[in-house]
Design a protein around this ligand. Structure first.
Ligand SMILES: [Zn+2]
Length: 268
């Protein structure tokens, strides 16, 4: 959530502030869009606040999906809290077997904060795991010493980053291995009433395939794109809803509707 980062730091940040998208009255050209998109330390493009795209081709595709005719949007009128990312109209989710074995390491590069990150990841993963028996994150401390996207012994890595662009950012199930990391800035320890475990819980929501709840029309602001499918009714208090985007909860806590949403996608 870049927006996250921005919001926590300033108290008034907009979720889409990093791309500048929501502040534009007309769509930018692709060149303008690319030039205004933040590029991460890994060379990844960060869109919608805290979501990473690894290649220019993916960025172009993302751009086209935002300015295009929204051909793959499920507009069947379902009121749907959580929404799942879609890629070419299909749900962006892990297979049933992979969802039960989402292995991760926590980089030793966190230094004196490493144990705190491990604890916050435990808190964040528990939010989703307690809602369904079909999702299981597995911490693999043996890989902490080489905890990068190049480590094929884990599904994803949790690594430190030093940026003013966001507090943390994540990836989607469809992301290439080279983009499968959760990057965490030190500002996670000074983010007001957003607890580190809830911030990482939000990021892990992306890891499971969930989009920002505030892209739904009911939010009335912070629109991102239409490449998603509703799973449950809109919830302005969802852990996936930025509080600063007309959210009804300021603390980013996990909601009963989030539990319903994850069960709708992965089963109970
Ligand atoms: Zn986010």
């Amino acid at each position: 959530m870049t927006a996250f980062a921005g919001a926590a730091a300033s108290g008034s940040g907009s979720a889409s502030a990093d791309t500048g998208w929501s502040t534009l009255s007309a769509p930018p050209t692709y060149q303008e869009f690319e030039a205004s998109t933040y590029v991460d330390v890994d060379g990844a493009y960060v869109v919608n606040g805290d979501e990473a795209l690894s290649t220019k081709a993916e960025l172009k595709k993302f751009y086209n999906s935002m300015v295009g005719p929204f051909g793959n949007h499920d507009r069947d009128g379902h009121e749907g809290d959580l929404i799942v990312n879609t890629v070419n109209g299909r749900d962006d989710k892990w297979s049933a077997s992979q969802a039960l074995n989402l292995t991760y390491c926590v980089s030793t590069k966190f230094g004196t904060r490493q144990a705190d990150i491990v604890a916050a990841m435990n808190a964040g993963t528990a939010l989703w795991e307690n809602a369904t028996s079909k999702v299981n994150f597995v911490y693999v401390p043996a890989q902490n010493g080489s905890c990068t996207t190049r480590n094929n012994n884990v599904v994803f890595s949790v690594e430190p980053v030093n940026t003013s662009q966001y507090i943390a950012r994540a990836f989607f199930p469809s992301s290439a291995k080279s983009s499968r990391n959760v990057l965490v800035d030190d500002s996670i320890w000074s983010s007001g009433n957003w607890e580190p475990g809830d911030i990482l819980g939000h990021e892990l929501g992306h890891v499971l395939g969930f989009r920002h709840e505030h892209t739904r029309p009911e939010a009335g602001t912070c629109f991102e794109d239409n490449n998603w499918r509703p799973l449950t009714p809109y919830d302005s208090a969802s852990i996936m809803h930025y509080p600063q985007c007309n959210g009804s909860s300021a603390d980013l806590e996990f909601q009963a509707s989030d539990a319903t949403g994850v069960r709708a996608l992965y089963g109970s």
